[in-house]
Design a protein around this ligand. Structure first.
Ligand SMILES: [Zn+2]
Length: 396
């Protein structure tokens, strides 16, 4: 296990950035390991590695934001934290952060979120995203602005060749203090627009996949997953610019590899076991989205999905030697595993919405919605999926 972890997190792989040759080498290594354990390629799949073509969008960092009569410039006046790479317009509507969940949002509004603070969690904007708001503007805190200054233009979720775009995510802009001060004399309903300059290119991301056939395939398939990419090379920390991703998520991939080895060496389980390491989780969950559209077995036949994420570092909020399971409350899988001796606890960070943000839900959103709309008690074989974590969101 240490050897797998050491290779995946080595400087040789340059941080396994999404849709790069480094990521492809990681996928190829994982596929070769699957093959060496005696696992088969997944049904309807050639080999152990799948190439997925992405159309990526890169911004030039020189966007302009028009607020009423003021024209602001990216970098000098504001940062873009996320963008689908298109121009957006709207009319200003101001909502305090405490009122986001209950606000009535005007059609075509550009939402100005007031009173943002460093404690705001990633889920705070969810009501706006679900309402289809195209442009969200916030007055950034110092910590947030420092982070954007260090990381530059946002990574944009790419289009995946062969898959229609389901929805367009909102553009999110953080104003610097000088620009935020201008807001005092801008009327509600004032026109707001953001103009970006983008270039598009084609790249490939890679998933690694293998199957262990069960003795009773009629019982369905257990899906075991992790993501094989990380963020690559970035701003140096103590002179080191490689973000090795030892915890996020070489640790999860190592768990998948070790489970693959153990399953292949032991007696065949009753259900099929499908093992997948996704590429480009850090680029819009692209590998998982592709898997969702082109699954090697019907999604309805997947009885459970265990996703391993960042299990390399102990988490002080759960007892020593214990992992936590996001999605615990959504099925009986967590309690049942615990009954059988698994050292698991429920998710101590519900405010982080790990379940919603995980590759697990990206790979299964359709099934997840179907299950949500159907009372679990009436479903004979309820599908369960969850992500196992042992730590919070730090990248190391
Ligand atoms: Zn991760």
């Amino acid at each position: 296990m240490k050897a797998d972890e050491d290779f995946l997190a080595s400087d040789a792989l340059q941080g396994r950035a999404s849709a790069t040759r480094d990521e492809q080498i990681a996928a190829t290594y994982i596929g070769s390991q699957f093959e060496s354990f005696g696992l088969r390629p997944a049904p309807n799949t050639v080999g152990y590695v799948q190439a997925v073509e992405l159309e990526t969008v890169q911004l030039d960092g020189k966007a302009e934001l028009t607020l009423g009569n003021h024209v602001l410039h990216e970098g000098a006046d504001f940062y873009i934290s996320s963008s689908p790479g298109i121009n957006v317009t709207g009319s200003l509507q101001t909502i305090p952060i405490s009122g986001l969940a209950t606000a009535t949002i005007a059609k075509g509004a550009a939402i100005l979120v007031q009173d943002l603070n460093d404690a705001a969690t990633p889920g705070v904007l969810t009501p706006l995203q679900e309402a289809g708001v195209g442009l969200i503007v916030m007055q950034g805190t110092k910590a947030q602005l420092d982070r954007f200054a260090a990381f530059g233009t946002p990574r944009i979720a790419p289009r995946i060749n062969g898959i229609a775009q389901i929805s367009t995510p909102p553009t999110v802009v953080y104003l610097k203090p000088g620009a935020a001060a201008l807001l005092a004399d801008i009327d509600n309903q004032a026109p707001v627009s953001l103009t970006v300059h983008s270039t598009r290119s084609s790249r490939f991301t890679h998933n690694a996949t293998a199957m262990l056939p069960g003795t009773d395939p009629s019982r369905g398939t257990i899906l075991i997953t992790a993501h094989l990419d990380h963020v690559g090379v970035g701003v140096p920390v103590d002179g080191d610019s490689i973000y090795n991703g030892a915890n996020d998520d070489a640790s999860g991939v190592t768990a998948v590899l070790e489970l693959a080895r153990a399953f292949a060496a032991g007696p065949a389980p009753r259900r099929n076991v499908l093992l997948v390491c996704f590429g480009s989780e850090e680029l819009g969950g692209s590998g998982a989205r592709w898997f969702r559209e082109f699954p090697p077995v019907p999604l309805k036949d997947i009885a459970a999905n265990l996703e391993f994420e960042m299990i390399g570092v102990p988490q002080e909020k759960v007892p020593t030697g214990t992992m936590f399971l996001s999605g615990w409350e959504r099925s009986n899988l967590g309690p049942t595993l615990k009954e059988h001796g698994a050292r698991l606890s429920r998710d101590p960070f519900p405010e982080q919405q790990f379940f919603r943000r995980s590759t697990t839900t990206r790979s299964h959103r359709r099934v997840w919605w179907r299950i949500r709309q159907r009372p679990v008690a009436r479903s004979r074989r309820s599908t369960s999926r969850m992500t196992i974590y042992s730590t919070s969101t730090s990248r190391s």
